[in-house]
Ligand binder design. Structure first.
Ligand SMILES: [Fe+2]
Ligand SMILES: [Fe+2]
Ligand SMILES: [Fe+2]
Length: 413
């Protein structure tokens, strides 16, 4: 039995529209997982940036838009190595790359594209922004994210909260807008400003800010587009998983169609495929890319990714449905899978489909220790997994009838 993570949405329902801010908050938490156990960075950056903007007298709508960009500002960081460099140095030489990459991801999603310029410039010095003639509103919003980001980096590095911290930031002459520093300095006098960066007050404050306007609703097609972009971010985590999430999404849809599932379910399967490994963002690079054997603690850390996927997707989509289909991809009919150890009766057809697609894509993909397997080799291995009670016989049969198509879908061929 799986413990539910309550969000008030009926179990198993696939909504026909999705709240953009709810998705952004869940994705922000997912991107923060790259910090492994140092979580909450984007939420704190979001609140600090929003508070400075309020202090500067910005309108509600402008504050909300800044908050969205701040929550997603590190979406261009997939590896723990990059995350470490970013948090460790106030001005890291390669920080521009992840900002440009993140902006590129956001630009590919129409509903998030207006946030892209802010993310693109969130590590650019204020004097450079002015010198290059970046539009005033974009420049100041990007610089507020930068200031909030560096504030949290100092806090996480052990700096004491207060005006001394602002003075340290002021020491980086020209990097931050003078009016932004002055506003942060006014806020910094108030102890409560700093105390509010701790949970649960932090999340309550963000929820209030997000609720201060009309919700933006996305249809299923838009969420599939967003999920495809996030799948690319997940796959960038390791050179060995390039195209993995996209391949799993496409094979899942192909198998779902072959097994007679309806359009809404197929779109849910596609989203589940793109996002099934989102919990992998929390696995340290060296562990994910390790070729040798893992010890017990490392195996536990790896197994956790499917649990983290379930937490993130339950926050994004509600319990059941997509969250389950995605996060049960390492479960086995025999009960010997992980991390929930579900049995046959707990695993719906959609979850069994994602599990087969996951195995198929991994076997069809190059690994440093082996070439991609042939369709015959994959069929033989999957037969063995059916016999061992790992995979569903009906889903594997549907896959074997369409080996060529599955191969093309899995490998992008
Ligand atoms: Fe950051
Ligand atoms: Fe996985
Ligand atoms: Fe996977």
């Amino acid at each position: 039995m799986v413990a539910d993570i309550g969000t008030g949405v009926p179990m198993g329902a696939i909504p026909s529209c999705f709240d953009l801010d709810r998705l952004i908050l869940a994705l922000s938490d997912a991107f923060d997982l790259v910090g492994v156990d140092k979580t909450g960075h984007s939420r704190r950056v979001g609140l600090v940036a929003a508070r400075i903007a309020e202090e500067l007298g910005w309108e509600n709508g402008e504050v909300r838009s800044l908050l969205r960009a701040a929550l997603l500002h590190d979406c261009g960081v997939s590896t723990t190595g990059e995350h470490h460099d970013l948090m460790g140095a106030l001005r890291w030489a390669d920080s521009v790359e992840h900002a440009a990459r993140g902006a590129g991801y956001l630009a590919a999603v129409p509903e998030l594209a207006p946030l892209a310029p802010l993310v693109a410039e969130h590590h650019t010095a204020w004097t450079n922004l002015c010198h290059r003639g970046v539009a005033g509103d974009v420049a100041l919003a990007a610089n507020l994210i930068c200031l909030a980001d560096r504030t949290d980096a100092l806090l996480q590095g052990g700096a004491t909260a207060g005006r001394e911290l602002v003075a340290a930031l002021r020491g980086h002459g020209g990097f931050f807008a003078p009016q932004a520093l002055a506003a942060l300095d006014r806020l910094a006098r108030c102890e409560a400003f700093w105390f509010a960066l701790d949970e649960p007050v932090l999340s309550e404050a963000l929820a209030r800010l997000m609720a201060a306007g009309e919700p933006v609703l996305l249809d299923t097609k838009a969420v599939v587009r967003l999920a495809a972009v996030v799948g690319g971010i997940i796959d960038r985590k390791s050179p060995y998983t390039e195209c993995h999430s996209g391949g799993v999404a496409k094979v899942s849809v192909l198998l779902g169609k072959a097994l007679g599932l309806g359009e809404a379910t197929l779109r849910g399967l596609e989203i589940a495929g793109y996002l099934h490994d989102i919990g992998k963002l929390r696995i340290p690079d060296e562990l994910l890319n390790r070729q040798g054997a893992l010890d017990a603690a490392e195996r536990l850390r790896m197994a956790r990714h499917a649990f983290d996927t379930r937490v993130i997707l339950t926050h994004a989509f509600g319990p059941g449905g997509v969250a389950d289909w995605a996060s049960f991809h390492h479960e086995c009919l025999s009960g010997n899978g992980y991390p929930f150890h579900l049995r046959e009766g707990d695993l719906c057809l959609e979850a069994r489909i994602v599990a087969v697609a996951d195995v198929f894509q991994a076997l069809a993909q190059y690994r440093p220790y082996r070439a991609p397997l042939t369709t015959d080799e994959i069929a033989a291995l999957m037969d063995g997994m059916v016999f061992a009670g790992k995979l569903d016989a009906q889903v594997v049969a549907a896959c074997k009838e369409r080996m060529g198509e599955c191969w093309n879908m899995a490998t992008g061929g």
